[in-house]
Design a protein around this ligand. Structure first.
Ligand SMILES: *[C@@H]1O[C@H](CO)[C@@H](O)[C@H](O)[C@H]1NC(C)=O
Ligand SMILES: *[C@@H]1O[C@H](CO)[C@@H](O)[C@H](O)[C@H]1NC(C)=O
Ligand SMILES: *[C@@H]1O[C@H](CO)[C@@H](O)[C@H](O)[C@H]1NC(C)=O
Ligand SMILES: *[C@@H]1O[C@H](CO)[C@@H](O)[C@H](O)[C@H]1NC(C)=O
Length: 397
């Protein structure tokens, strides 16, 4: 029968068909005009759109419903994605139409759609991934199609079973190869796919680490393109989160220096700084729990501690909150010294400065709720700090 979805747009075409079926009405399944009122937005538009906010969060939201039912093998999952790819206004109209149907009518329509989909022989997720991988592996593919293939993989690797298949299909190596592509968007999307596939997935973490991608990704964190650096750090975090081997390699590759350079430079994109502070906090928590495994001595280095404390002077509340959480974890480490926080980092001064600033923000109706949360965290840090300092002063040194 051959490949019926050879072009890079294969997945998209399947979804166009689906959307048309779902919205034009099941009575007329052979209808072959695309005048159903839907406007297909290209993968590129979506990329641009997502690029403006926190992209992996937006995509995660899109895929939220797929966790339980294993992705595109389900109608819901595909519909969810399809909705993310289509014109919202037109969809809204259609949804209003659908609301006028009685429950029995709706049920009947659903059954009809299911039947049609069965007849269409929807390709499996593995087949869709294979198509995207083959496209990526083709050096004559246009940049636009390359981006689209990566965006398709980004969604396909979300369910854990699919992520596990990626290596078997040869996809990990192909995507890792794309990290060296001259085009920054291709590199950014490839890092994103690797991060998404590795997230909370020890098997894929191990495979990506074994393929040697971590040092490449760490280099990309230093990219002058913020979006690329952010996705690279997202992937680095996904690879080493709760992963001892990953953390050891991260230290060998001087990941501590990488993080410190980001923390101590306030002109760096705040989104990257937030990610760096969070990763730092996570490493401190790991150290706290694992006690000795993957030893990370840099966590109690005074320059390092100072750069985290200094981050609290940023006027980005989100960054401040993340820095506070990290400081709290660091204070709880037995290996850090209270007197360094006091004398070298001036933690007391930083906490007092924040207290004033937060008080001011809490008086403002728009910021009240968030500022209150951060203030509560700030007080916790203050408590942990006083306790640690009290103990340090009691014990003769
Ligand atoms: C699709 O459209 C063409 C031309 O408009 C028509 O000849 C053909 O029969 C249609 N196919 C189906 C399956 O409706
Ligand atoms: C590679 O892509 C080009 C352009 O899209 C296409 O013409 C060619 O058939 C593809 N090669 C393979 C092996 O799929
Ligand atoms: C990519 O293409 C090369 C030949 O150009 C081939 O040897 C390799 O198996 C392909 N990889 C995948 C994952 O398809
Ligand atoms: C701080 O970051 C900016 C923007 O990325 C960069 O141009 C500058 O060289 C950095 N400064 C230092 C001291 O690394």
């Amino acid at each position: 029968m051959g490949r019926s979805f050879t072009a890079a747009g294969g997945v998209s075409r399947v979804l166009v068909i689906m959307l048309l079926l779902l919205t034009v009405g099941a009575k007329d399944p052979n209808r072959n005009s695309t005048s159903g009122g839907l406007v297909w937005s290209t993968a590129k538009d979506e990329g641009d759109l997502l690029g403006k906010t926190e992209p992996e969060d937006a995509a995660a939201e899109l895929n939220d419903h797929e966790h339980l039912d294993g992705g595109f093998s389900s109608l819901d999952g595909m519909l969810q994605w399809a909705i993310g790819h289509s014109d919202p206004e037109k969809l809204k109209e259609r949804a209003q139409d659908a609301q006028r149907l009685s429950p029995t009518e709706l049920k009947k329509r659903q059954m009809e759609i299911k039947e049609i989909l069965d007849q269409l022989k929807m390709p499996s997720d593995a087949q869709l991934m294979q198509i995207a991988i083959d496209d990526l592996n083709n050096s004559s593919l246009s940049l636009e199609d390359r981006h689209r293939a990566l965006e398709e993989l980004l969604i396909l690797v979300e369910p854990i079973d699919n992520a596990n298949d990626l290596n078997k299909l040869g996809g990990l190596l192909v995507v890792i190869g794309e990290l060296n592509h001259p085009d920054t968007d291709t590199r950014r999307l490839s890092a994103w796919v690797l991060g998404k596939a590795s997230q909370n997935n020890p098997a894929v973490q191990k495979q990506v680490l074994e393929h040697g991608a971590l040092p490449t990704l760490m280099n990309m964190v230093r990219s002058s393109f913020s979006d690329e650096a952010i996705k690279a750090l997202y992937a680095v975090s996904a690879l080493i989160r709760n992963n001892v081997a990953g953390q050891e390699l991260f230290c060998t590759e001087t990941g501590d220096k990488m993080l410190q350079d980001i923390l101590s430079n306030s002109s760096i994109d705040v989104r990257l700084r937030r990610k760096a502070v969070s990763l730092f906090g996570h490493l401190a928590e790991c150290q706290l729990e694992k006690q000795g495994k993957a030893d990370m001595p840099f966590l109690c280095n005074q320059f390092f501690l100072k750069s985290v404390v200094d981050v609290t002077s940023s006027n980005d509340l989100d960054l401040q909150e993340k820095a506070l959480a990290t400081i709290k974890a660091l204070l709880e480490l037995r290996t850090t010294e209270a007197l360094i926080f006091k004398n070298y980092c001036d933690l007391e001064g930083a906490l007092e400065r924040m207290r004033k600033q937060l008080q001011h923000l809490m008086a403002d109706e728009d910021h009240k709720e968030y500022a209150t949360d951060v203030e509560n965290l700030r007080r916790e840090v203050e408590l942990v700090y006083s306790k640690k300092l009290g103990e340090a002063l009691k014990v003769p040194t």
